[in-house]
Write a protein that binds this ligand. Structure first.
Ligand code: ADP
Ligand code: ZN
Ligand code: ZN
Length: 732
């Protein structure tokens, strides 16, 4: 009899002790255990640990599930995440392993009954079966030729087959056992060297040198930063390196931002490697499919796993390479629950597996860029595009523009020319809806959300004001709720009002608006993409959704509106994000054979960011921003943790934050404790939100403090304040 420790999905950071009940299990096994009054599925983390509990007090493991155990590698990742991000270990398991296997009700789906003929059955009575029953004869034939036949297979061969076979079991002709419902170890039915059949493009000099550098260092941990301008063919470089890795029998994990995992990218990989086993994973995939991919990957059958951040925990026994595309993208950081950064975990994983990792971006994050400058990572640059040139960017001053349209004259002229040439234009504006808010001209009323400290946005089509933070809708849009005046106006522009302006200006053009309102249904986005690629659309109006990664060959003009709102944000990371956006959006122009152009409308044409943008000078901006960050001691020159909290009562919230601030000051002299403050949106849906920022020069001093805070808060069992620890926050 041994004691085992199990991770269970509850908000308490500990493993729970059980008796092994003399069952066969190993570390990583899924088990069914009694927990409080119910049964839960957990994962074994330790067998025979030191425990002070009297053994007779322990409950028994009830059942070891017929699932492949979690790989040691994934167990390590889970433990690391739990410690580093201060998140209960059972909940990390819940984040990282497919939900499908953790639900007790699914148990019968992934383990099923299987039958086999016994020796007695093969030699005896069955031979005397009535041969006129053709279904039965077929079933018998099938069972003779297969060592194990599932109940499902039997049912498909003969509708009353199960009863028949059950009766054979009673006679001793067949045996019956519980088996996994999925073929857990599939055979590889391909030869790896044939992956080269579908050759790639002939590489540019820059691409070739990048490929050669990486390929000659495949046998050890190294972080490569592939800093290639937009459209420089980074994906082509990944493909060449992946080819080399898979020819050697290695598996590759390719992480992409959620929005980039498109049919276009999928088919690009499939076309290139028709004989490799490629799996695609994102949050929209069904739970069962996610489980199948997860199982296939951990069995070593997937050659390339291409997926969003949740793929980071997949078991990949022959992992030889990790690629993180658009490594600066904010979607790699989960913003609720386990607030992990898949990019950072990927680096940790590559280090542990002693393999290379490629971080690709046209706009590397400042922390990655700094690691490159410091020599921790190695930067590889690609400064040219294989086909067209980088777009010509003009910055237009609209501060004195009086004609009252959202699109300046210069841009109007250019759009006309594109329409004539049958080329496409993208109008980029990062605000959906009609305008930022409604304002009453008579009394100054503003359409504030009644539940948040945020303004509601006017959506004209449904004639409603909508709060983009809490979803609250108000239909009072005809007249002012305060003074009844009908003199309401909406300053600023959203996607909907731009769409109206564009349709007025270019009645003959085919216009498509792509934002989260028009892409709600499942296939809407990919349908829109194909309409753009086919050339059917002339003018696309889009938000951030369209700024990253997409390749629209006919798109040659990009207009950027309303960029100014981010110039003077209170978030210190706003300029970095804005510049990344600007470069990425601009990069959508001229990716085919024709050069592109970009028009930026701003009231601050001389602003440093816009000037740098004109010259596509990312390095200039990065080194400028790094100096700024260094001067104030902000990341990447320091490490941060934000304790985020929300509560019905503002007083309780700040009481807790102050208490943690005092506690931190007591236990550490090196961690800087800022004053508790309201969050940028200080109230959402009627709940107050506040935060406490802690900062340190080293990760280790911060780790020490944060884990003490975590333990303290866990013990307190706070009910009136919801809190979360956000390590390495994206902004504050
Ligand atoms: P990135 O990932 O850097 O944005 P892509 O790999 O998507 O760039 O390449 C941009 C475009 O250039 C794609 O249409 C791609 O097919 C094409 N391309 C890439 N490399 C080459 C090359 N060596 N020769 C010709 N076309 C290329
Ligand atoms: Zn009013
Ligand atoms: Zn609201």
């Amino acid at each position: 009899m041994a004691v085992v420790q199990v991770a269970i999905d509850v908000p308490v950071d500990q493993l729970f002790d059980y008796h092994d009940n003399a069952l066969q299990m190993e570390e990583g096994s899924f088990v069914l255990v009694p927990f409080r009054r119910i049964k839960k599925i957990g994962v074994i983390f330790r067998i025979n640990p030191k425990t002070s509990l009297p053994i007779r007090d322990l409950k028994n493991i009830e059942e070891v599930l017929l699932l492949p155990p979690v790989s040691p590698e994934t167990l390590k990742l889970i433990e690391f995440n739990s410690k580093y991000y201060c998140h209960p270990i059972g909940q990390v398991v819940a984040t990282f392993l497919p939900g499908y296997v953790r639900k007790t009700k699914n148990k019968d789906k992934y383990q099923s009954v299987s039958y086999a003929l016994t020796t007695q059955g093969r030699t005896n009575g069955i031979i005397n079966l009535n041969s006129r029953a053709t279904n039965l004869a077929k079933l018998l034939d099938y069972m003779k030729n297969n060592d194990a036949v599932t109940a499902m297979q039997i049912r498909s061969l003969s509708s009353n087959g199960i009863e028949k076979v059950d009766s054979w079991v009673e006679k001793g002709w067949a045996s019956r056992q519980i088996v996994p419902a999925f073929p857990l170890t599939k055979l590889k039915n391909k030869s790896l060297s044939s992956s080269t059949i579908s050759g790639g493009l002939s590489l540019t000099e820059d691409q070739l040198s990048a490929v050669n550098k990486i390929n000659s260092n495949l046998d050890k941990f190294k972080v490569w930063v592939l800093h290639g301008i937009t459209g420089s063919g980074k994906t082509e470089v990944y493909l060449e390196v992946i080819k080399e890795v898979s020819e050697k029998g290695g598996q590759t994990l390719v992480l992409v931002p959620e929005i980039n995992l498109t049919p276009q990218l999928e088919s690009r990989f499939q076309r290139r490697f028709p004989l490799l086993n490629i799996s695609f994973l994102n949050s929209k995939i069904s739970e069962q499919r996610r489980f199948e991919i997860w199982d296939d990957a951990r069995a070593g059958n997937v050659d390339i796993l291409l997926g969003t951040r949740l793929s980071i925990s997949a078991g990949l026994p022959h992992l030889g390479l990790i690629v993180v595309d658009e490594e600066h993208d904010s979607s790699y950081k989960q913003q609720e629950g386990l607030r992990y950064s898949a990019r950072d975990i990927a680096i940790f994983r590559a280090f542990r597996s002693n393999i290379p990792i490629v971080l690709g971006s046209a706009t590397p994050s400042l922390e990655t860029y700094k690691n490159g400058l410091d020599g921790k990572f190695e930067i590889i640059k690609i400064n040219s595009r294989p086909k067209a040139n980088l777009p010509l960017i003009s910055v237009v001053d609209i501060s004195k523009d009086q004609h009252g349209l959202s699109i300046c004259q210069e841009l109007v002229k250019k759009i006309k020319a594109k329409l004539k040439n049958k080329e496409q234009t993208l109008i980029y504006i990062n605000r959906r809806g009609f305008s930022s808010a409604l304002i009453c001209n008579s009394c100054g009323w503003v359409s504030d959300c009644i539940r948040c400290t945020a303004r509601m946005t006017f959506h004209k089509k449904i004639n409603k004001l909508i709060c983009h933070y809490c979803g609250y809708k108000s239909s009072k849009t005809e007249c002012c709720p305060a003074c009844d005046s009908s003199d309401l106006y909406g300053p600023g522009q959203g996607t909907q009002s731009i769409e109206e302006d564009i349709k007025l200006l270019f009645p003959e053009a085919k216009v498509l608006r792509v934002d989260s309102d028009t892409t709600k249904t499942k296939n809407a986005f990919s349908e829109m993409r194909s309409r753009i690629i086919s050339g059917e659309i002339d003018i696309i109006i889009g938000t951030q959704m369209l700024s990253k990664g997409h390749d629209f060959p006919k798109l040659t003009l990009v207009g950027i509106l309303e960029a100014d709102s981010m110039l003077y944000s209170s978030d210190y990371s706003a300029p970095e994000k804005l510049f990344q956006h600007l470069i990425q959006v601009s990069g959508r122009a001229g990716r085919g054979t024709k050069d592109g152009e970009v028009v930026v409308q701003t009231c601050f044409p001389n602003h440093f960011l816009f000037q740098a943008l004109r010259h596509h000078n990312y390095d200039l901006v990065a080194s400028f921003l790094l100096k700024e960050r260094q001067a104030v001691g902000f990341p990447p020159f320091a490490y941060q943790v934000v304790l985020r909290a929300e509560a019905q009562e503002s007083e309780k919230l700040f009481e807790l934050l102050r208490e943690v601030a005092n506690f931190t000051q007591k236990i550490s002299e090196v961690v800087i404790v800022h004053d508790p403050s309201p969050a940028i949106i200080s109230k959402i849906a009627g709940r107050f939100r506040g935060q406490l920022l802690l900062q340190a020069k080293t990760r280790s001093s911060l780790s020490f403090v944060v884990s003490r805070i975590f333990q303290k808060l866990q013990k307190k069992q706070i009910t009136h304040v919801k809190w979360a620890i956000d390590r390495d926050p994206l902004g504050i």
